[in-house]
Write a protein of this length. Structure first.
Length: 272
C-alpha cells in the first residue's frame, strides 16, 4: 500500500532524542528540536560555612523552543537564583547549565557576556535600567555592545518599544517615567533583536493588570515565534499563560504540572 501523503517528515515528539540534533546541529531543520535551556542537577549555595544558604538543591529543567515555563514558589524558594543561573549571570556550585547546546561552564567571562547579549533576554525582578541613558538608548545598548550600528540599533530599539506601547516615550530618561513605564522599557530591552531565551523575573510586578496582561501576551507571542521562555510569577493567573508550571520549595522543584488554565481560555476571556 502506497502512502502518497507521506511527503512531510514527522518531527519526533519532545521526549524522543533526535540523533541528528547534536551540539553542532544548527541547521534550520535541527534548530527547533534542540533544547534552548537545560539545567542538569543544579545546586547553588550562597556563602560558605555556617552562613551557607542552599538556594537550589538539585534542580533539573529543560525548556524547548516554543515553550513557556512558569516558575512559582514562596519568597526565598530559589526562583531568582534559578533564573540567574539560566541567564549565565551566576554559576552553579555543582551541576550544569546549557543554552542552545552550549555548556555555560566552558565559557569565559567574555564568551558568557556575548551569549547573554545575543541570545538571552533578561527581565530583572528589580529594574536595571541605566539612569543616564534614555529609554531608546537603554533598549539599543545590548545591540550596540554587540556591534550593531547605532542607527540600526536605534531602529530595532524603537520597534521593541513600540511592541510594549512605549514608542512615544523613547527619548525620556528612566527617572522621567513611571514604574510601569520603566518596566516596559526593561521588557523591550529583553526582547530586542533575536533573543532565543527570554527569562522574566516577575515582569508584571510594577504594572497594572491590563498592562501586565499585555506584557504576558507579548512574551507568549515571542515564545510562539520560536523562543524559549521562563517566567517567574506569584500569580496563578499569569502562570496560566505558560505551557508548564514548575514549583520550587526550599530550592527543590517539587512538582511540574500541565497549565493551570488554557491560554485560549485566557485569550477569549480577557474581554479587551
Ligand atoms: N547573594 C546571596 N547571598 C546569600 N544568600 C542569598 C543570595 N541570593 C539569594 N540568597 C538566598 O537564597 C535563597 C533563594 O533566594 P532567591 O532570591 O532565589 O528567592 P526567590 O524565590 O526569588 O524569592 P522572592 O520571591 O522573594 O524573589 C534565599 O534564602 C535568599 O536569602
Ligand atoms: Mg526573586
Amino acid at each position: 500500500m502506497s502512502a502518497a501523503s507521506g511527503s512531510v517528515p514527522a518531527l519526533p515528539g519532545p521526549d524522543v532524542p533526535d540523533p541528528d540534533a547534536g551540539p553542532g546541529g544548527h541547521g534550520p531543520l535541527d534548530a527547533p528540536r534542540e533544547a534552548v535551556l537545560e539545567l542538569r542537577a543544579v545546586h547553588r549555595t550562597h556563602g560558605t560555612g555556617p552562613a551557607a544558604v542552599p538556594a537550589l538543591r538539585g534542580v533539573s529543567l529543560t525548556v524547548r523552543p516554543g515553550e513557556l515555563v512558569a516558575v512559582m514558589g514562596p519568597s526565598g524558594s530559589g526562583k531568582s537564583s534559578l533564573l540567574a543561573l539560566a541567564g549565565g549571570l551566576d554559576r552553579p556550585t555543582s551541576g550544569e547549565v546549557h543554552v542552545e547546546g552550549q555548556s555555560l561552564h566552558t565559557l569565559d567571562r567574555n564568551g558568557l557576556a556575548r551569549l547573554r547579549r545575543r541570545r538571552i533576554g533578561y527581565i530583572f525582578q528589580h529594574l536595571n535600567l541605566i539612569g543616564s541613558l534614555t529609554a531608546v538608548e537603554n533598549v539599543a545598548l545590548p545591540l550596540e555592545l554587540d556591534g550593531t550600528g547605532v542607527r540600526r540599533a536605534r531602529r530595532l530599539a524603537l520597534d521593541a518599544l513600540t511592541e510594549v506601547g512605549m514608542s512615544e516615550l523613547g527619548d525620556r530618561f528612566p527617572d522621567q517615567l513611571s514604574g510601569g513605564q520603566q518596566q516596559r522599557v526593561a521588557i523591550a530591552r529583553a526582547l530586542v533583536g533575536e533573543r532565543r531565551l527570554v527569562l522574566a523575573d516577575e515582569p508584571t510586578g510594577a504594572l497594572d493588570s491590563q498592562t501586565g496582561e499585555a506584557v504576558l501576551r507579548l512574551l507568549r507571542r515571542r515564545v510562539d515565534a520560536g523562543a524559549a521562555g521562563v517566567l517567574v510569577t506569584h500569580e496563578a493567573r499569569h502562570a496560566g499563560w505558560a505551557d508548564r508550571v514548575v514549583f520550587l520549595r526550599d530550592g527543590v522543584a517539587v512538582d511540574s504540572t500541565a497549565p493551570l488554565a488554557g491560554v485560549e481560555a485566557l485569550l477569549s476571556g480577557s474581554g479587551r
